[in-house]
Design a binder for this molecule. Sequence first.
Ligand code: GLN
Length: 488
Amino acid sequence: MTSPRPSTFLANAVRSGARSAVDVLEEHLAIIESGDGEVHAFNLVTVDLAREQAIAVDRTVHAGEDPGPLAGVPVALKDNLCTRGVPTTCSSHILEGWRPPYDATVVDRLHRAGAVMVGKTNMDEFAMGSSTESSAFGPTRNPHDTSRVPGGSSGGSAAAVAAGFVPLALGSDTGGSIRQPAALCGVVGMKPTYGTVSRYGLVAFASSLDQIGPFATTVADAALLFDVIGGHDPCDSTSLNRPTPRVLSVLDDGVAGLTVGLLTEFLDGADPDVVARTREAADALAAAGARVEEVSVPEVVLGLSAYYLIAPGEASSNLARYDGVRYGLRVDAADTVAMNRATRSAGFGAEVKRRIMLGTYVLSAGYMDAYYNQALRVRTKIIEGFATAYRRCDVLLGPTTPTTAFPVGAKTGDPLTMYLSDVCTIPTNLAGHPAVSVPFGTGDDGLPVGVQVLGPALSEGTILKVAAVVEAAAPPLAAPVLAVGGRA
Ligand code: GLN
């Protein structure tokens, strides 16, 4: 059992001279051109820059040098990753016209691995949301059914990979924003351990939770991308200064002898079809030699409440910098205070304003102890709950999301219902742990279901080898049919 690696296949073709990077790029640009009108995965396709990068890769090959493990592989970047001279909007009007003066560390590493950056993907504004509907530029659609959301907040990156626009993409995950859209779009998405991937050049939402991670069509491709972007970076003070797990080499090790805990709290409240797929994935792991047992981590049910105090608190502080002076939009007014108010009123959308108000409230004198500090205590409880479970189990297994992709517009009027779609992903962020979502069949509506493998800090190698076994046992997923109205 070997997890397929389409990116390595492409990169090897480019490295050997069998295909040119320009040819690979043009093929993908044509697919984007024909499909993205309907999907709207991209805020910006950087055609000229991508062509320049592809030409440079081909030149390296012709010079007899190796461009790297991602030679000529087209990659899409979530639009909260800084790209030098290229607009980085966070799908917000407040960053209108802003071009970062530097590249994020992950962008730099992709470049050095020979990847070709094709564009910036749509997202919920400042990564706040679960459906990509809070984007100031309109929603992204799920390639499996364009009447449905792709999930969020990295919905553009997930949809771009699912639609075949790019084999690889990067997203960010603060409370589920890689894994949840990966699940709803039928692709692989991983949130790495906090500190393993540099956040330098990732526009901050909630700094103690944000992590950058890979989207791919297969587990092995996600592993390859993680190997490229991971590792210590002195530019990020929270970057772990110790070796990042190298994951590609252990992917095929199998699960014999591992103990897998089926997390009961994640099964409660999920739709019956999603629960059924998760149990089938657990059965596949048992058949491959793992010991599977049901495990309860009661503290995880507190995750959502703690998250919606901690994340808005951090966001209200991080987003104070958009003052009309330093970045993007400025709405002129009589004095500085009025200008600041006018800029922020016009520049931020409703969800971002809601989070800033919530966050300012929970950090305010008099309420900080009752809300923010209490949430931090709950966070510690969750970490302890996971630690107890990981004394018995190597990994935990559960659904990534309680439902399959919901219709566009179904939850926009009710923020609480929207927040609930991250109930199974948020606890991992609060603990700083890694988790990966792998497609496993479909729900009763024919839409993809994602199964989530969770592990303790720095267990990327373990969760990915478990994910590889789940992937090998998964029923094949029909390729998205991009036509008006999606599937019949
Ligand atoms: N949906 C969650 C939120 O809106 C998580 C978002 C994320 O991971 N960026 O906060």
